[in-house]
Design a protein. Structure first.
Length: 214
């Protein structure tokens, strides 16, 4: 227990660093995922191609490689930002590809006639998608989106290798101080468990309120 009590501030900094990364990257992933899902089903060919390339490249790129590309590659092109911002960009963009596919699968469950009826009433593609199709699709994709954001929280551990304060990175500090590495990882695991259970609880509430009854 002394591993936690003696280093509570260290664990706290790592815990809240992971929470911060998860929240910011989740917002970015949801926004980009919604945008790319819209592109994937858009009537404009160039947008569909862009959405397809985005999803294909990011889903098939190892996240660690993406971190290297963003954190070490972008500064070479003159874009210099704090490492935490780069980590949010890498996590958010990577996860957006999976959010996109979850949303697109939900859109495909909505009968085609719904969109056609909306357009027959004079709605544009954007209006029919945002006002008619996506609200119905959202109800069926709550569980997979929740699972994807839980995976994002765990993937944030990679950021610690790039000088970003997060939970897993605390083991290096405590190991150097001579604390038992097993108990260090136990408390790190407890921290991740708290975060993932909180996300799971949130999406369980959303599913009970808006999910499709099975």
């Amino acid at each position: 227990m002394n591993v936690l009590t003696d280093n509570f501030s260290t664990f706290g900094d790592g815990f809240f660093g992971t929470v911060e990364l998860t929240v910011y990257a989740s917002v970015l992933a949801l926004v980009l995922g919604f945008l790319m899902a819209s592109f994937r089903v858009a009537p404009v060919g160039s947008l569909r191609v862009f959405g397809t390339v985005w999803v294909t490249v990011l889903r098939n790129t190892p996240l660690t490689l993406l971190f290297f590309a963003v954190l070490l590659g972008l500064p070479r092109f003159g874009l210099v930002l704090p490492f935490k911002v780069f980590a949010v960009l890498a996590l958010g963009c990577y996860t957006s590809a999976f959010i996109c596919e979850a949303l697109r699968s939900g859109i495909n469950t909505v009968p085609r006639g719904q969109g056609e009826a909306a357009r027959s009433l004079g709605m544009s593609f954007g209006q029919s998608l945002s006002l008619v199709v996506l609200p119905q699709a959202f109800r069926s994709v709550i569980p997979p989106v929740g699972s994807t954001l839980i995976a994002l929280a765990k993937n944030s551990a990679i950021a610690g290798a790039f000088s970003v304060t997060e939970l897993l990175g605390t083991y290096r500090t405590l190991s150097e101080l001579g604390y038992n590495i097993v108990w260090t990882f136990v408390w790190i695991a407890v921290g991740y468990l708290i975060i993932t259970l909180a996300i799971s609880a949130l999406f369980n509430v959303l599913e009970r309120k808006w999910g499709v009854a099975r």
